[in-house]
Design a protein around this ligand. Structure first.
Ligand SMILES: [Zn+2]
Length: 485
């Protein structure tokens, strides 16, 4: 595919707002939530210079450069920008969902949506074509794009014809985004090819989507064991999509670094608890995609502010690309059982030492999409037993351990100035992460008004778009063993 990354949205470069940072900017008076386990600083001060925090402490304790600009944040709360280790970027078009949408412009749009809601980094999980993703990441690092969440990606691996869900696979297959492996030797060879491109993360899918694709589409333990061992030899972090008890036990026992998903219909047992205690994996439960849309509960300005009205109506009517129930449908027994299992299982994972880390799984359904999904997800953590402070750690500093970056995730001297200014305190109520006054990335205030206008205006006639993208879909071809990159 053609990549025209350099010409993306240059017009938006004018949208960087904020203060000159040359002499430093002092932000004073706010409650500062650090993002690690430490206590917040009341009446805090921090200084930002050249994109980084150069000093932080209580008011009166910090010496700031005399020429620095001052920003009064009295009454506000500041927390680090959030970081998301699991989502799917590029195919969502809100009025269409298609491989044709996978362009640099659209990837950037999704990262801007993340940034709008206070997310500083976002890791695409296994659905990106390798060359595209490497080039996009390099161009973003080189400063060629307007401010947005930083783009990270993991290579994807699955058995031929297995892997991504029924919608996502319609994007990944034509773009050859997923490395197809059938044997341990295939997996080892694929990991070596990925490592040779200096890609540091790999995700594999175990399940066969409830047998809908046949038993052969499942990745057997001997394949993922070889995959994990080889990846670790290259210093890579391995994520596993696994949704039943047997598979979750298998991948954790085999040493996976990041366990993804919850158990769809089972309860955690003693054996799994002891495996979790032994291995203490990171855990990205990505639960919210299975929830009813918050848009079903009436007006929701927080979500509605970035979606075209027609898309909001479609979500309520259940007309999403990945099938979902309309808001009018009564909750069914399956839904109640899922709720019950989550309430039973979630505290067991945590008590066993699973290290929860923020992922949203956004990108396959407009109902649970870029930026607002994160706020719903961390709300679920709290409703299932975490404290707000723990939910904030899981969404700010801990993801940086998985991303293996040290330059963000907390408010501390030397870190990038990636932060959210809030009008209310999320330590009192996690829903207060939604009370966003402003978002700063690398010390620059994001022009959220301009972004919002762009997001809202992206309306085309849904039916026309739907008809077009249906014909544009490349049908899922027979399995190919060909490795790509
Ligand atoms: Zn996913």
């Amino acid at each position: 595919m053609q990549i025209h990354v350099t010409c993306v949205a240059v017009a938006l470069l004018g949208s960087i707002a904020g203060y000159s940072q040359t002499n430093g900017v002092i932000y004073e008076g706010a409650r500062l939530i650090i993002g690690d386990a430490s206590a917040p600083i009341e009446n805090g001060v921090f200084v930002v210079r050249n994109g980084h925090i150069t000093a932080i402490g209580r008011k009166g304790e910090i010496k700031a450069p005399a020429a620095a600009a001052r920003v009064d944040l009295t009454g506000k709360t500041v927390m680090p920008a959030m970081n998301n280790v699991h989502l799917h970027i590029g195919y969502e078009g809100f009025v269409s969902w298609s491989v044709e949408n996978h362009t640099p412009e659209n990837v950037l749009d999704h990262l801007e949506r993340e940034a709008f809601y206070g997310i500083g980094t976002a890791m695409a999980m296994g659905e990106q074509p390798t060359e595209f993703a490497i080039k996009f990441q390099q161009d973003q690092l080189a400063g060629k794009f307007p401010p947005a969440a930083r783009f990270f990606f993991a290579a994807g691996m699955a058995p031929p014809g297995g892997g991504p869900d029924s919608l996502l696979i319609q994007g990944t297959t034509p773009l050859h985004a997923v490395y197809e492996v059938s044997t341990p030797d295939d997996a080892i060879a694929a990991v070596r090819r990925i490592a040779a491109r200096k890609i540091k993360e790999v995700k594999f899918w175990v399940d066969n989507r409830d047998n809908s694709r046949g038993g052969m589409k499942k990745m057997p333990p001997k394949v993922y064991t070889a995959l994990i061992e080889e990846a670790h030899k290259h210093g890579m972090i391995v994520h596993a999509h696994a949704t039943n008890l047997q598979d979750q036990k298998g991948v954790v026992k085999a040493g996976v670094d990041v366990l993804v998903h919850t158990l769809a219909a089972e309860k955690v047992d003693d054996e799994f608890v002891s495996i979790l205690k032994d291995k203490r994996p990171y855990w990205a439960p990505v639960m919210g995609l299975g929830d009813r849309s918050e848009l079903c509960d009436g007006n929701n300005p927080f979500i509605e502010q970035t979606l075209p009205d027609s898309v909001i109506a479609d979500i309520r009517a259940g007309k999403t690309w990945l099938p979902s129930s309309p808001c009018s449908a009564p909750a069914n027994s399956q839904f109640a059982r899922r709720e019950e299992n989550l309430r039973y299982n979630f505290p067991k994972y945590i008590a066993a030492g699973a290290r929860i880390v923020l992922g949203s799984d956004a990108g396959v359904s407009a109902k649970y999409s870029y930026g607002f999904a994160e706020h719903h997800e961390i709300g679920m953590y709290v409703s299932l037993g975490l404290t707000p402070a723990e939910a904030i750690v899981a969404s700010t500093s801990r993801p940086t351990e998985v991303l293996r970056i040290k330059d963000t995730g907390t408010l501390a001297k030397g870190k990038r100035a990636d932060f959210i200014v809030l009008n209310a305190n999320p330590l009192e109520n996690i829903r207060n992460t939604r009370e966003i006054d402003s978002v700063y990335l690398y010390g620059a205030r994001l022009d959220r008004e301009a972004l919002q206008a762009k997001f809202k205006q992206a309306v085309v006639d849904r039916d026309a778009a739907q008809a077009k993208s249906r014909t544009d879909y490349v049908p899922h071809p027979p399995s190919s063993r060909k490795l790509v990159d």
